[in-house]
Design a protein around this ligand. Structure first.
Ligand SMILES: *[C@@H]1O[C@H](CO)[C@@H](O)[C@H](O)[C@H]1NC(C)=O
Ligand SMILES: *[C@@H]1O[C@H](CO)[C@@H](O)[C@H](O)[C@H]1NC(C)=O
Ligand SMILES: *[C@@H]1O[C@H](CO)[C@@H](O)[C@H](O)[C@H]1NC(C)=O
Ligand SMILES: *[C@@H]1O[C@H](CO)[C@@H](O)[C@H](O)[C@H]1NC(C)=O
Ligand SMILES: *[C@@H]1O[C@H](CO)[C@@H](O)[C@H](O)[C@H]1NC(C)=O
Ligand SMILES: *[C@@H]1O[C@H](CO)[C@@H](O)[C@H](O)[C@H]1NC(C)=O
Ligand SMILES: *[C@@H]1O[C@H](CO)[C@@H](O)[C@H](O)[C@H]1NC(C)=O
Ligand SMILES: *[C@@H]1O[C@H](CO)[C@@H](O)[C@H](O)[C@H]1NC(C)=O
Length: 415
C-alpha cells in the first residue's frame, strides 16, 4: 500500500494551478534553487521563520509525498467490479478508434488544453487506450451514458485537475447531443482559472455537470484579525470550504486535492493554518493535511447520503518536468514504457487511511500510476503560450478522458 512505482524520469511537480503559468502574465519567474526534499521539510518544520524566497509565478515544487497511487475501495450498494478487476493495473494500448472527440468542436474544452488547436502535429498521443490486466473498460457508449445520467447531478470539486476532468466529461457527452445549443453553462460564464463555480446543463437530458473550485477543500479566509503580520490568510483546518453545502444532493461527487499543499502555495504567500480560533504558525504540512482530510471525512459521513451519492476521490496526477530544470519540459511522442522506483510517502498514506476508516463507501480513483506512463500527453508548449511549457496539465482529448471512462464504468456497474 505504501509503495508506488514511478519512473525516474518523472520529475514530479505541482501544478501552477490558478497561477499565471499559462496566463499572459509578464512577471519574470524566479527559478527555485534545487533545494533537496529534506531541506524542504526542515523548512516546513521550521515554518516559524518566514520564507524569504520570493515566488513570482507558478513554479512550485511538488512534495513527492503526494505521488502515491491508490486502489479503489469496494462499495456495497454499487456492485463494484473492483472485486473481479483492478481498473488501475494495466497498460496503454494503441487504438485507432481514439480520440473520442475534437476539442475544437467542444466549447467547453478550454483553449489552453486544446493541443491540436494550438499546433501540435504528432497524433499518436491521441490514440492510446488504457487496458486493465484482467478486464476491459466498457467501450464508451455515449447514448447509453446520456440516458443513465438523466435527471442527475455530477459534481467535481478540487483544483484545475478537476476542471480538466470536468471539461473532458462534458466534451465526451456532447458527442451524443444533436443540438449543441441545448448544452450550456447555466450562468453564461466562460471558463477561467479562478472561477469558483461552473455548471453545464444538458437540457434535453435534464442533468448538470458541475465544477467547484476548492483547491484545499477546507475554508480559506483572507485577512484574519489579531494575527501576526506575516499572516495574510489562513486555512481553517476544522471547517470545510464555505461552498461545501452546495456539494450535497449530488449523484456523483468527485474530489481531488494535494497540489496546493506545498510551502510555495501556503507559507510563502502568507497563508498559515488555523484550528478553531488559533493560528498554528509552526504546524507542518502533513499534519495539517491530515486534519483537513479528517474534516472532509466527517463532513462526508455527516452530510452525504451515500445511498444517493457515489463519492470518488481521485489520487494524485503526476507531471513530467525536466530533471535539469524546473521550468522546462519536452513532451515525448510516445508514452514511457516503464514506471519504476519506489516512493513511500506520508500524504497519500493519509488519504488512504482516512478513506479506509470512513464508515461510508468511497471509491478512490487510483490514476497516478496509469497517468505516469503518459509523458507524451501533457500540454507542453501547445498551451497557447509556447514560452511557458506546462507538463502538469494534460491535452484534451487525452488522459482525463480515460479517467472519465473509468468513472463511468462504475456508473455502469451500478445497475
Ligand atoms: C495503484 O495502482 C497501481 C497500479 O496498479 C498499484 O501499483 C498501486 O499499488 C495502487 N495503489 C494503491 C495504494 O493501491
Ligand atoms: C455483481 O456483479 C457480479 C459479476 O458481474 C454479478 O454476478 C452479480 O450478480 C452482481 N451483483 C449485483 C447485486 O448486481
Ligand atoms: C476538428 O474541428 C476543427 C474545427 O471544426 C476542424 O477544422 C478540424 O479539421 C477537426 N479535426 C479533426 C481531426 O477532425
Ligand atoms: C429534472 O431532474 C430533477 C432532479 O435533478 C427532477 O427533480 C425533475 O423532476 C426533473 N425534471 C424533469 C422534467 O424530468
Ligand atoms: C465569453 O467569451 C466570449 C468569447 O471570447 C465573449 O464574447 C463573451 O463576452 C464572454 N462572456 C462572458 C460572460 O465573459
Ligand atoms: C440507505 O439504505 C439502507 C438500506 O436500503 C437503509 O437501511 C438506510 O436507512 C438508508 N440510509 C439513508 C440515509 O437513507
Ligand atoms: C527539449 O528539446 C529541445 C530541442 O530538441 C532541446 O534543445 C532541449 O534541450 C530539450 N529540453 C529538455 C528539457 O529536455
Ligand atoms: C482509523 O480507525 C482506527 C480505529 O478506530 C484509529 O485508531 C485510527 O486512528 C483511525 N485512522 C484515521 C486515519 O482516522
Amino acid at each position: 500500500m505504501s509503495t508506488f512505482n514511478r519512473s525516474k524520469s518523472i520529475n514530479q511537480r505541482t501544478l501552477g494551478v490558478g497561477t499565471p503559468r499559462t496566463a499572459s502574465f509578464g512577471s519574470p519567474r524566479v527559478k527555485l534553487a534545487s533545494v533537496s526534499q529534506w531541506f524542504r521539510w526542515l523548512f516546513v518544520i521550521g515554518a516559524l521563520f518566514p520564507f524569504s524566497i520570493a515566488i513570482a509565478g507558478g513554479y512550485f515544487y511538488l512534495l513527492p509525498s503526494l505521488t502515491q497511487a491508490f486502489q479503489g475501495f469496494g462499495t456495497s450498494k454499487f456492485n463494484d467490479s473492483m472485486d473481479e478487476c483492478n481498473f488501475f493495473d494495466g497498460n496503454w494500448v494503441f487504438d485507432e478508434r481514439y480520440p473520442l472527440y475534437n476539442a475544437s468542436e467542444c466549447p467547453f474544452a478550454e483553449q489552453g488544453f486544446n493541443c491540436v488547436g494550438n499546433g501540435r502535429r504528432d497524433e499518436d498521443y491521441l490514440r492510446w487506450r488504457w487496458k486493465p490486466k484482467r478486464c476491459d473498460i466498457p467501450r464508451f457508449d455515449v447514448h447509453d451514458i446520456l440516458g443513465r445520467l438523466r435527471n442527475k447531478r455530477v459534481v467535481f470539486v478540487g483544483d484545475s485537475m478537476s476542471r480538466t476532468q470536468w471539461e473532458s466529461l462534458i466534451c465526451l457527452l456532447m458527442t451524443g447531443v444533436e443540438d449543441k445549443n441545448s448544452v450550456y453553462e447555466v450562468n453564461n460564464h466562460n471558463i477561467t482559472k479562478r472561477i469558483r463555480f461552473l455548471s453545464v446543463r444538458f437540457n434535453s437530458f435534464n442533468f448538470t455537470v458541475e465544477f467547484f473550485r476548492s483547491v484545499f477543500l477546507v475554508q480559506h479566509v483572507w485577512m484574519p484579525r489579531h494575527v501576526p503580520r506575516r499572516v495574510r490568510s489562513t486555512l481553517k483546518l476544522d471547517k470545510l470550504d464555505d461552498i461545501s453545502n452546495q456539494w450535497v444532493n449530488s449523484d456523483i461527487l468527485i474530489f481531488n486535492t494535494g497540489h496546493w499543499w506545498v510551502p510555495e502555495k501556503l507559507f510563502e504567500t502568507g497563508c498559515y493554518f488555523q484550528v478553531a480560533n488559533t493560528v498554528r504558525l509552526g504546524m507542518p504540512i502533513p499534519i495539517a493535511f491530515r486534519m483537513a482530510l479528517d474534516t472532509w471525512a466527517s463532513w462526508v459521513e455527516k452530510m452525504i447520503d451515500t445511498n444517493r451519492t457515489h463519492v470518488f476521490f481521485r489520487s494524485y496526477e503526476p507531471s513530467h518536468w525536466s530533471e535539469q530544470s524546473h521550468r522546462l519540459c519536452n513532451v515525448t511522442n510516445l508514452p514511457i514504457s516503464e514506471v519504476g522506483g519506489k516512493d513511500g510517502n506520508v500524504f497519500s498514506d493519509t488519504i488512504l487511511e482516512v478513506v479506509k476508516n470512513l464508515t461510508v463507501p468511497i471509491t478512490v480513483l487510483n490514476v497516478t500510476s496509469m497517468s505516469a506512463f503518459r509523458s507524451d500527453a501533457h500540454v507542453g508548449k501547445w498551451n497557447g503560450n509556447p514560452s511557458i511549457p506546462d507538463c502538469s496539465h494534460w491535452c484534451l482529448p487525452g488522459v482525463p478522458d480515460m479517467w472519465n471512462e473509468i468513472l463511468l464504468s462504475y456508473l455502469l456497474s451500478q445497475s
